[in-house]
Design a protein around this ligand. Sequence first.
Ligand SMILES: [Mn+2]
Length: 351
Amino acid sequence: MKFIHMADMHLGALPDGGKPWSEARAKELWDTFSDICDACNRERADLLLIAGDLFDRQPLKKELKQAAYHLGRLNRTQVVWMAGDADHLREKDIYAAYPWPEHVHFFSGEQVDKVYFPFLDTEVWGMSYGHSHISEPIYDELSPEINETYHILLAHGGDEEHIPIRRQMLATAGFDYVALGHVHTPQIWEREKCAYAGSPEPLSPKDLGPHGYILGEITSEGTRLRLVPAARRTYKRLELSVNPHTTTRELLEELREDLASEGMANIFTLVLTGSAVSGEEIDLEALLGAGNILEVIDETRPELNLAEIAREHAGDIIGKYIERMRAYPEKDEVAEKALEYGVLALLGGLK
Ligand SMILES: [Mn+2]
């Protein structure tokens, strides 16, 4: 039995809101969702498991229509789907009432329910969020009968306010696979037969590394899992080293080269390291305009002229500190750092 497991697509979200590339990314979420539907056809997947937060909030009717269109393109895959905390059901919700294609199975209540597929001899357990917060550990008590039938649990959450999960308990509950959602970074525990699919597109600069969906297979031998990258873009951290003489022009040149080699479409957090520029200030706006740069973080430190500081502060605590630290052998890296940080802290404290 072959399946594709996805979660946390967050359709309708506007990643990197306010940035020039934000609208394009909102559209790319749909494109990647469409790609995953194509993958179901290509891989001849028996099941598409959607472990919550397909939408970023309660979907509009036209968003449901668009989702139904893509799911309608599946030619042999059965879809099992739950609402997560972000797109949780509300009383007047239109999800359940929506005329989904016959092969789309939606958990429409907050009680654990089961869908059985005789031709796959597979039973999928799950529920939907009816609230944005659920603090009861609902999944901890579940345990399927051990028999020939494959049992899958579709689950969303894992933190205190979103159904706490004890993974060790789930691992021994008897499911052949637990398809998890809510955590946006993919995590696979193949031996424990469970995984967070992660969001197919990264949604914040904290979501580093590859993103996509999980391609899995359950046989009498066990459960095999693999992350298939599908994201169109990656968040990256890019360090640029500067010295007191660096100019904006030089820095821009280096930045453009780095962006080209790291992939212009990706989204970057720039970090300036090294010694602070002492000449003309770096034009941060120019750096921000060189590509998809979310922000520039200045981690440079002022270059210390210790001889001058020692002369100026002869007799006070700073002078004494420098004198004392210089008693350490030269080229002792720890002592050098302690001297630098100590002097900076003391100078800062005097401001
Ligand atoms: Mn969630």
